[in-house]
Design a protein around this ligand. Sequence first.
Ligand SMILES: CC(=O)N[C@@H]([C@@H](O)[C@H](O)[C@H](O)CO)[C@@H](O)CC(=O)C(=O)O
Length: 303
Amino acid sequence: MKNYQKLKGLVAATFTPMYPNGDIHYAVIGQYAQHIVDSGISGVFVCGTTGEFTSLTTEERKQILEHWVKAARGRFKVIAHVGSDNQRESVKLSRHAAETGAWGVGSIAPGFFKPASVRDLIGFFKPVAAAAPELPFYYYNMPSMTGVSLSVAQFLQEGKQEIPNLAGVKYTHNNLMEMGDCIHLDDGAFEVLHGYDEMLVCGLALGAVAGVGSTYNYSPSVYLNIMKAMEEGDLASARAFQMQSIEIVKVIIKYGGGVRGGKAIMNLIGIECGGCRLPIAPFEKEEYDSLRKDLKEIGFWGK
Ligand SMILES: CC(=O)N[C@@H]([C@@H](O)[C@H](O)[C@H](O)CO)[C@@H](O)CC(=O)C(=O)O
């Protein structure tokens, strides 16, 4: 694996811009990338949950990644999510990510047929990571979606023996005890990327230094403020900013969660991400009016 600088700061889990008919609106990615630069975000995680990867074809995922790498122009790190229930598709995506010039790769566990053991999970990921041997590989742990609740610490320790480019884990779970364990495993040998935006302060308190999240796309300053306050040891301010994030997350939950609600907020801030693909329902005009009002009430647009 190449020598690389570990992740630090905010990594935005990107939305996939779409036209009203569901086709990918690739042209938006240039403007979106500039927004990422202007927001002070260090990287993007492309075609993950927020990017609706399960609703995209392999060819679309490749093209979306190519647009992001091109638009980034080295100004921020581009991590390709290459996960799939189909290991062979995942290998193809991983190889493509390396050829395209992605900075790193990540993969979620297969969730339909689930690995029964850590050994099986390692076996599943081994060729995927090996298809991009020079890039850091991150396990995307998200038991709420995959139903895979294997020990992450055990995966990291045993996985490192067989996956030389295993860099760490994108930890989207609220088991903070396990998360802390992973951060301190083998004297901090692994990167642990915090995954739940509404609890970022908890991950930072345990020693995480980077997070991957969907709400960073449209509220970067809230999270940059949390990071700054934590670095300065100003817990009261960090907590106050975290409460702002919680208010935002409460709003997106009301509108169907991070993908549906978040995409609608992106449209409201002027990055035309459009709607989601079914089975995520379209956003109605009246919902936009009500969302705008709810965001105003929590001071999203400023006082
Ligand atoms: C379950 C879920 O979608 N989690 C989000 C969070 O950013 C989430 O939207 C946020 O914490 C609000 O709950 C990210 O961890 C997902 C993510 O990184 C991705 O899109 O790959």
